[in-house]
Structures are given as C-alpha cells and as structure tokens.
Design a protein around this ligand. Structure first.
Ligand SMILES: Cc1cc2nc3c(=O)[nH]c(=O)nc-3n(C[C@H](O)[C@H](O)[C@H](O)COP(=O)(O)OP(=O)(O)OC[C@H]3O[C@@H](n4cnc5c(N)ncnc54)[C@H](O)[C@@H]3O)c2cc1C
Length: 100
C-alpha cells in the first residue's frame, strides 16, 4: 500500500478491520496515514531482564497502576496482548485475595 494515496488506504483497511471490530468505521471522521518503508521491532540488550524484574516486583495488590503494551512485552501486537493478559491476571489475583 506504500504507493497508494492517503484516501485509498482507509477505504480498504477499515472494512478489513471491521471483520473483527464491528462498526469500527462508524465513529471515524478523519484518518491519518503514515508510511514506514522499513520497520523492524527493536529490543535493546537487557530489556527482557528489565521486564522480568518489573513483573516480579508487581505482586498482586502491590501496585495501583500496572503498565501494559508492546513496550512491556515483545515489541509487536502479540506482546501488547500478552502484557494486557498479564496485567488482567494480576488484577484478578488481587481482587480474589481481597475477597478471601
Ligand atoms: C510501521 C509499523 C509496523 C508494524 N508492523 C507490525 C506487524 O506487522 N505485526 C505486529 O504484530 N506488529 C507490528 N507493529 C507493532 C504494533 O503496531 C504494536 O506492537 C502495537 O500496536 C502495540 O500496541 P499497544 O496497544 O501496546 O500500543 P499502541 O497501539 O501504540 O496504542 C497506544 C495508544 O495510546 C495512545 N496514547 C499514548 N499516549 C497517550 C496519552 N497520554 N493519553 C491517551 N492516549 C495515549 C496512543 O495514541 C495509542 O492509540 C508495527 C508497528 C509499526 C510502527
């Protein structure tokens, strides 16, 4: 799609995304297109250790705010989902402990 115009891209992308997120396009009144001809996920040396330490220090109920997103896991969409799942698990564990 790199050679497509800014108007052409949303006309294809939004209906494609709506197969998974119904009516996604309804509230969209404008779009912005960025082109990245070359992009590669980046992870600096030591990142995995830093993240492991963050998770070890985030025992349920020890933090009121949990950070989640691709920057807190693998640097792509699977990482974003994985870290969200981890954060949700921490919240569930904290709530379950309080209920006991
Ligand atoms: C060019 C490019 C190509 C990519 N290709 C792939 C690919 O092929 N496959 C793949 O798996 N991943 C790919 N990725 C990575 C993928 O897009 C990200 O890993 C994923 O979107 C991260 O999701 P996220 O929810 O953590 O963060 P984001 O999708 O970045 O969402 C964060 C949201 O928070 C909002 N936000 C930020 N600050 C604030 C604030 N202060 N207040 C309110 N809102 C705020 C932002 O506007 C954004 O909407 C690509 C990324 C880029 C840039």
């Amino acid at each position: 799609m790199l050679a497509w115009t800014d108007d052409e891209i949303p006309k294809v992308v939004i209906p494609e995304a709506e197969k998974y997120l119904i009516d996604l396009g309804v509230p969209i009144f404008s779009t912005v297109v960025y082109r990245w001809p070359q992009a590669e996920p980046y992870s600096h040396v030591g990142r995995a250790s830093d993240l492991a330490r963050y998770r070890e220090d985030s025992a349920p109920s020890s933090r009121r705010v949990l950070l989640a997103g691709d920057f807190m896991s693998m640097p792509y969409t699977e990482g974003a989902a994985e870290s969200g799942q981890w954060a949700a698990g921490q919240i569930i564990r904290a709530v379950s402990r309080r209920a006991l």
